[in-house]
Design a protein around this ligand. Sequence first.
Ligand code: ADE
Ligand code: ZN
Length: 347
Amino acid sequence: MAGPPRFPDLSPVELVGRIERAPKAELHVHIEGTLEPELAFAIGRRNDIALPYESPGAMRQAYAFSDLQSFLDIYYAAAAVLRTEEDFFEMAWAYLQKAQADNVVRAEIFFDPQTHTARGVAFETVVQGLGRALERARRELGISAALIMCFLRHLSEREAFETLEQAEPFGDAFLGVGLDSGERGNPPEKFRGVFARCRRLGLHVVAHAGEEGPPASIIGALDALGAERIDHGVRCLEDPGVVTRLVRERIPLTVCPLSNVKLRVFERLADHSLPRLLAAGLRASVHSDDPAYFSGYVNHNLVESCTALRLTTSDAYTLLRNSLESSFLEPSEIARHVERLNGVFGT
Ligand code: ADE
Ligand code: ZN
Protein backbone atom coordinates (compact mmCIF):
# COMPACT_ATOMS: atom_id res chain seq x y z
CA MET A 1 0.00 0.00 0.00
CA ALA A 2 1.38 3.42 -0.94
CA GLY A 3 2.15 5.61 2.08
CA PRO A 4 1.18 9.27 2.32
CA PRO A 5 2.88 11.63 -0.15
CA ARG A 6 6.30 12.98 0.91
CA PHE A 7 7.14 16.64 0.46
CA PRO A 8 10.37 18.62 0.25
CA ASP A 9 10.57 20.83 3.31
CA LEU A 10 9.08 24.30 2.98
CA SER A 11 10.51 27.31 4.77
CA PRO A 12 9.00 27.76 8.27
CA VAL A 13 7.02 30.82 7.13
CA GLU A 14 5.69 29.03 4.09
CA LEU A 15 4.74 25.98 6.17
CA VAL A 16 2.79 28.12 8.65
CA GLY A 17 0.85 29.64 5.74
CA ARG A 18 -0.04 26.21 4.35
CA ILE A 19 -1.12 24.91 7.77
CA GLU A 20 -3.33 27.94 8.32
CA ARG A 21 -4.95 27.70 4.88
CA ALA A 22 -5.41 23.93 4.96
CA PRO A 23 -8.89 22.48 5.44
CA LYS A 24 -8.90 20.51 8.68
CA ALA A 25 -11.17 18.69 11.11
CA GLU A 26 -11.39 19.59 14.79
CA LEU A 27 -12.14 16.28 16.52
CA HIS A 28 -11.18 17.06 20.11
CA VAL A 29 -12.69 20.24 21.47
CA HIS A 30 -14.95 20.55 24.53
CA ILE A 31 -17.49 23.28 23.92
CA GLU A 32 -17.34 24.29 27.60
CA GLY A 33 -13.58 24.63 27.11
CA THR A 34 -14.11 27.31 24.46
CA LEU A 35 -15.79 29.68 26.94
CA GLU A 36 -13.48 32.70 26.95
CA PRO A 37 -13.41 34.74 30.19
CA GLU A 38 -14.96 37.83 28.52
CA LEU A 39 -17.99 35.82 27.40
CA ALA A 40 -18.19 34.02 30.77
CA PHE A 41 -18.39 37.42 32.50
CA ALA A 42 -20.98 38.76 30.04
CA ILE A 43 -23.20 35.69 30.47
CA GLY A 44 -22.66 35.67 34.25
CA ARG A 45 -23.78 39.32 34.47
CA ARG A 46 -26.88 38.60 32.43
CA ASN A 47 -27.80 35.65 34.67
CA ASP A 48 -26.78 37.32 37.91
CA ILE A 49 -24.19 34.63 38.60
CA ALA A 50 -20.88 35.85 40.00
CA LEU A 51 -17.58 34.29 39.00
CA PRO A 52 -14.92 34.04 41.71
CA TYR A 53 -12.63 36.52 39.86
CA GLU A 54 -12.52 40.32 39.67
CA SER A 55 -12.23 40.48 35.90
CA PRO A 56 -11.65 38.40 32.76
CA GLY A 57 -7.94 39.22 33.08
CA ALA A 58 -7.84 37.91 36.65
CA MET A 59 -9.66 34.78 35.54
CA ARG A 60 -7.06 34.14 32.84
CA GLN A 61 -4.30 34.65 35.38
CA ALA A 62 -5.72 31.80 37.44
CA TYR A 63 -5.06 29.41 34.54
CA ALA A 64 -1.91 27.88 36.00
CA PHE A 65 -2.63 24.20 36.36
CA SER A 66 -0.72 21.46 38.15
CA ASP A 67 -2.62 18.55 36.60
CA LEU A 68 -5.93 17.62 34.95
CA GLN A 69 -7.98 17.88 38.16
CA SER A 70 -6.72 21.38 39.00
CA PHE A 71 -7.97 22.47 35.56
CA LEU A 72 -11.30 20.63 35.82
CA ASP A 73 -12.12 22.41 39.10
CA ILE A 74 -11.90 25.82 37.39
CA TYR A 75 -13.55 24.61 34.18
CA TYR A 76 -16.64 23.21 35.93
CA ALA A 77 -16.91 26.35 38.09
CA ALA A 78 -16.88 28.64 35.02
CA ALA A 79 -19.55 26.54 33.30
CA ALA A 80 -21.93 27.52 36.13
CA VAL A 81 -22.75 30.80 34.34
CA LEU A 82 -24.49 28.87 31.54
CA ARG A 83 -28.22 28.74 32.16
CA THR A 84 -30.35 29.50 29.09
CA GLU A 85 -30.56 28.22 25.56
CA GLU A 86 -29.17 31.56 24.41
CA ASP A 87 -26.07 31.07 26.61
CA PHE A 88 -25.28 27.73 24.99
CA PHE A 89 -25.98 29.16 21.56
CA GLU A 90 -23.66 32.13 22.11
CA MET A 91 -20.81 30.00 23.42
CA ALA A 92 -21.00 27.60 20.48
CA TRP A 93 -21.48 30.34 17.89
CA ALA A 94 -18.43 32.21 19.19
CA TYR A 95 -16.39 29.00 18.91
CA LEU A 96 -17.60 28.16 15.42
CA GLN A 97 -16.61 31.58 14.10
CA LYS A 98 -13.09 31.00 15.44
CA ALA A 99 -13.09 27.56 13.87
CA GLN A 100 -13.95 29.05 10.51
CA ALA A 101 -11.06 31.51 10.82
CA ASP A 102 -8.80 28.43 11.28
CA ASN A 103 -10.27 26.80 8.15
CA VAL A 104 -11.96 24.05 10.13
CA VAL A 105 -14.34 22.35 7.68
CA ARG A 106 -15.59 19.71 10.11
CA ALA A 107 -16.01 20.00 13.89
CA GLU A 108 -17.05 17.07 16.08
CA ILE A 109 -17.66 18.87 19.35
CA PHE A 110 -17.83 17.40 22.86
CA PHE A 111 -20.38 18.61 25.37
CA ASP A 112 -20.78 17.61 29.02
CA PRO A 113 -24.54 17.58 29.75
CA GLN A 114 -24.09 16.32 33.32
CA THR A 115 -22.20 19.49 34.24
CA HIS A 116 -25.36 21.42 33.41
CA THR A 117 -28.20 19.09 34.38
CA ALA A 118 -26.63 18.79 37.85
CA ARG A 119 -27.32 22.55 38.22
CA GLY A 120 -30.95 22.16 37.17
CA VAL A 121 -30.50 23.13 33.51
CA ALA A 122 -32.72 21.01 31.28
CA PHE A 123 -30.99 18.66 28.83
CA GLU A 124 -33.18 20.17 26.13
CA THR A 125 -31.87 23.69 26.87
CA VAL A 126 -28.29 22.54 26.32
CA VAL A 127 -28.81 20.61 23.08
CA GLN A 128 -31.18 23.13 21.56
CA GLY A 129 -28.82 26.05 22.17
CA LEU A 130 -25.79 24.18 20.86
CA GLY A 131 -27.77 22.69 17.99
CA ARG A 132 -28.96 26.10 16.81
CA ALA A 133 -25.36 27.34 16.62
CA LEU A 134 -24.28 24.26 14.65
CA GLU A 135 -27.11 24.73 12.20
CA ARG A 136 -26.24 28.40 11.72
CA ALA A 137 -22.57 27.45 11.17
CA ARG A 138 -23.59 25.02 8.45
CA ARG A 139 -25.68 27.69 6.70
CA GLU A 140 -23.52 30.76 7.17
CA LEU A 141 -19.96 29.49 7.68
CA GLY A 142 -19.96 26.35 5.55
CA ILE A 143 -18.77 24.27 8.52
CA SER A 144 -20.11 20.79 9.01
CA ALA A 145 -20.44 20.34 12.76
CA ALA A 146 -21.79 17.61 15.02
CA LEU A 147 -22.04 16.96 18.75
CA ILE A 148 -20.55 14.15 20.83
CA MET A 149 -22.14 13.75 24.26
CA CYS A 150 -19.57 12.96 26.95
CA PHE A 151 -20.22 11.13 30.18
CA LEU A 152 -18.26 12.40 33.17
CA ARG A 153 -16.14 9.52 34.39
CA HIS A 154 -15.94 10.79 37.98
CA LEU A 155 -19.71 10.14 38.23
CA SER A 156 -21.29 6.68 38.38
CA GLU A 157 -22.42 4.45 35.53
CA ARG A 158 -25.96 4.75 36.93
CA GLU A 159 -25.80 8.53 36.40
CA ALA A 160 -24.50 7.95 32.87
CA PHE A 161 -27.50 5.68 32.19
CA GLU A 162 -29.83 8.41 33.53
CA THR A 163 -28.21 10.95 31.23
CA LEU A 164 -28.58 8.62 28.26
CA GLU A 165 -32.27 8.24 29.09
CA GLN A 166 -32.68 12.02 29.12
CA ALA A 167 -30.81 12.20 25.82
CA GLU A 168 -32.72 9.55 23.93
CA PRO A 169 -35.58 11.83 22.78
CA PHE A 170 -32.86 14.07 21.26
CA GLY A 171 -30.97 11.19 19.65
CA ASP A 172 -30.70 13.01 16.32
CA ALA A 173 -28.94 15.92 18.03
CA PHE A 174 -25.64 14.07 18.53
CA LEU A 175 -23.68 11.56 16.53
CA GLY A 176 -21.76 9.82 19.27
CA VAL A 177 -20.74 9.52 22.88
CA GLY A 178 -17.45 10.06 24.67
CA LEU A 179 -15.93 9.74 28.12
CA ASP A 180 -14.08 12.60 29.81
CA SER A 181 -13.18 14.18 33.19
CA GLY A 182 -10.68 12.77 35.73
CA GLU A 183 -9.06 9.62 34.40
CA ARG A 184 -7.25 8.58 37.58
CA GLY A 185 -9.29 6.03 39.52
CA ASN A 186 -12.05 6.00 36.87
CA PRO A 187 -11.14 3.30 34.33
CA PRO A 188 -13.19 2.72 31.17
CA GLU A 189 -14.45 -0.62 32.50
CA LYS A 190 -16.68 1.31 34.94
CA PHE A 191 -18.84 2.33 31.94
CA ARG A 192 -18.97 -0.96 30.01
CA GLY A 193 -22.76 -1.32 30.27
CA VAL A 194 -23.78 2.18 29.23
CA PHE A 195 -21.44 2.21 26.23
CA ALA A 196 -22.81 -1.18 25.12
CA ARG A 197 -26.25 0.43 25.12
CA CYS A 198 -24.95 3.44 23.17
CA ARG A 199 -23.46 1.13 20.54
CA ARG A 200 -26.78 -0.70 20.22
CA LEU A 201 -28.39 2.69 19.61
CA GLY A 202 -26.03 3.15 16.66
CA LEU A 203 -23.95 5.91 18.25
CA HIS A 204 -20.27 6.41 17.49
CA VAL A 205 -17.97 5.85 20.48
CA VAL A 206 -14.83 7.75 21.46
CA ALA A 207 -13.09 8.00 24.84
CA HIS A 208 -10.38 9.97 26.60
CA ALA A 209 -7.67 7.51 27.58
CA GLY A 210 -3.93 7.52 28.09
CA GLU A 211 -3.86 11.25 28.96
CA GLU A 212 -3.05 10.89 32.67
CA GLY A 213 -4.07 7.24 32.81
CA PRO A 214 -1.78 4.34 31.88
CA PRO A 215 -1.67 2.46 28.56
CA ALA A 216 -4.04 -0.13 30.08
CA SER A 217 -6.69 2.59 30.07
CA ILE A 218 -6.40 2.73 26.25
CA ILE A 219 -6.95 -1.03 26.01
CA GLY A 220 -9.95 -0.65 28.34
CA ALA A 221 -11.42 2.04 26.08
CA LEU A 222 -11.06 -0.23 23.05
CA ASP A 223 -12.22 -3.49 24.63
CA ALA A 224 -14.72 -2.45 27.31
CA LEU A 225 -16.24 0.54 25.46
CA GLY A 226 -15.64 -0.22 21.78
CA ALA A 227 -13.95 3.17 21.25
CA GLU A 228 -13.39 4.03 17.59
CA ARG A 229 -11.02 6.90 18.45
CA ILE A 230 -8.86 7.55 21.47
CA ASP A 231 -8.75 11.12 22.79
CA HIS A 232 -5.16 11.95 23.77
CA GLY A 233 -3.66 8.44 23.99
CA VAL A 234 -0.17 9.93 24.30
CA ARG A 235 0.85 7.51 27.06
CA CYS A 236 0.53 4.56 24.64
CA LEU A 237 4.27 4.83 23.98
CA GLU A 238 4.94 3.40 27.44
CA ASP A 239 3.72 -0.01 26.21
CA PRO A 240 5.00 -1.28 22.83
CA GLY A 241 2.19 -3.86 22.74
CA VAL A 242 -0.41 -1.09 22.91
CA VAL A 243 1.36 0.82 20.12
CA THR A 244 1.40 -2.30 17.93
CA ARG A 245 -2.32 -2.78 18.44
CA LEU A 246 -3.20 0.87 17.76
CA VAL A 247 -1.14 0.82 14.56
CA ARG A 248 -2.57 -2.53 13.40
CA GLU A 249 -6.16 -1.42 14.01
CA ARG A 250 -5.53 2.08 12.64
CA ILE A 251 -7.11 3.67 15.73
CA PRO A 252 -6.99 7.48 15.55
CA LEU A 253 -5.41 9.43 18.42
CA THR A 254 -6.72 12.97 18.82
CA VAL A 255 -3.68 14.66 20.34
CA CYS A 256 -3.80 18.08 22.03
CA PRO A 257 -0.22 19.30 22.49
CA LEU A 258 -0.87 22.65 24.22
CA SER A 259 -3.30 20.98 26.61
CA ASN A 260 -0.72 18.32 27.47
CA VAL A 261 1.80 21.01 28.38
CA LYS A 262 -0.67 23.12 30.40
CA LEU A 263 -1.81 20.03 32.32
CA ARG A 264 1.77 18.88 32.86
CA VAL A 265 1.62 15.64 30.89
CA PHE A 266 4.81 17.01 29.26
CA GLU A 267 6.96 19.65 30.88
CA ARG A 268 7.65 21.58 27.64
CA LEU A 269 6.17 21.48 24.15
CA ALA A 270 9.62 20.48 22.87
CA ASP A 271 9.32 17.30 24.98
CA HIS A 272 5.98 16.25 23.48
CA SER A 273 5.84 12.75 22.00
CA LEU A 274 4.05 13.79 18.79
CA PRO A 275 7.08 13.08 16.52
CA ARG A 276 7.46 9.65 18.12
CA LEU A 277 3.76 8.92 17.64
CA LEU A 278 4.10 9.74 13.94
CA ALA A 279 7.35 7.79 13.58
CA ALA A 280 5.63 4.74 15.11
CA GLY A 281 2.99 4.91 12.38
CA LEU A 282 0.19 5.93 14.73
CA ARG A 283 -2.77 7.77 13.25
CA ALA A 284 -2.33 11.00 15.21
CA SER A 285 -3.96 14.34 14.51
CA VAL A 286 -3.71 17.65 16.37
CA HIS A 287 -6.57 19.41 18.19
CA SER A 288 -7.24 22.02 20.83
CA ASP A 289 -9.12 20.34 23.76
CA ASP A 290 -10.07 23.43 25.84
CA PRO A 291 -8.68 26.32 23.79
CA ALA A 292 -9.97 29.13 26.02
CA TYR A 293 -7.88 27.67 28.86
CA PHE A 294 -4.83 26.41 27.02
CA SER A 295 -4.10 29.55 24.97
CA GLY A 296 -4.74 28.34 21.50
CA TYR A 297 -7.21 27.03 18.96
CA VAL A 298 -6.38 24.34 16.43
CA ASN A 299 -4.11 26.32 14.09
CA HIS A 300 -2.11 27.60 17.04
CA ASN A 301 -1.68 24.01 18.29
CA LEU A 302 -0.48 22.91 14.86
CA VAL A 303 1.89 25.82 14.28
CA GLU A 304 3.38 25.79 17.77
CA SER A 305 3.88 22.02 17.61
CA CYS A 306 5.52 22.13 14.19
CA THR A 307 7.89 24.84 15.40
CA ALA A 308 8.79 23.44 18.82
CA LEU A 309 9.10 19.86 17.58
CA ARG A 310 10.73 20.69 14.22
CA LEU A 311 8.12 18.72 12.34
CA THR A 312 8.64 18.28 8.62
CA THR A 313 6.25 19.44 5.92
CA SER A 314 5.30 15.78 5.41
CA ASP A 315 4.52 15.47 9.13
CA ALA A 316 2.27 18.55 9.01
CA TYR A 317 0.46 17.20 5.96
CA THR A 318 -0.01 13.81 7.67
CA LEU A 319 -1.47 15.43 10.79
CA LEU A 320 -3.92 17.47 8.72
CA ARG A 321 -4.90 14.55 6.53
CA ASN A 322 -5.34 12.31 9.57
CA SER A 323 -7.72 14.86 11.07
CA LEU A 324 -9.97 14.67 8.01
CA GLU A 325 -9.72 10.89 7.62
CA SER A 326 -10.39 10.25 11.33
CA SER A 327 -13.64 12.20 11.27
CA PHE A 328 -17.04 10.51 11.14
CA LEU A 329 -17.85 12.19 7.81
CA GLU A 330 -18.94 10.11 4.81
CA PRO A 331 -15.97 8.82 2.75
CA SER A 332 -17.00 10.93 -0.25
CA GLU A 333 -16.93 14.09 1.91
CA ILE A 334 -13.54 13.16 3.32
CA ALA A 335 -12.19 12.61 -0.20
CA ARG A 336 -13.43 16.05 -1.23
CA HIS A 337 -11.64 17.73 1.69
CA VAL A 338 -8.44 15.70 1.15
CA GLU A 339 -8.42 16.87 -2.45
CA ARG A 340 -8.54 20.47 -1.25
CA LEU A 341 -5.80 19.74 1.28
CA ASN A 342 -3.68 18.31 -1.53
CA GLY A 343 -4.29 21.50 -3.49
CA VAL A 344 -2.95 23.60 -0.60
CA PHE A 345 0.16 21.40 -0.33
CA GLY A 346 0.61 21.25 -4.10
CA THR A 347 0.42 17.49 -4.61
N1 ADE B 1 -12.76 17.72 30.00
C1 ADE B 1 -12.35 18.84 29.41
N2 ADE B 1 -11.05 18.73 29.06
C2 ADE B 1 -10.64 17.50 29.45
C3 ADE B 1 -9.43 16.79 29.36
N3 ADE B 1 -8.33 17.31 28.83
N4 ADE B 1 -9.39 15.55 29.86
C4 ADE B 1 -10.47 15.01 30.42
N5 ADE B 1 -11.63 15.63 30.52
C5 ADE B 1 -11.74 16.87 30.03
ZN1 ZN C 1 -10.39 16.47 26.04
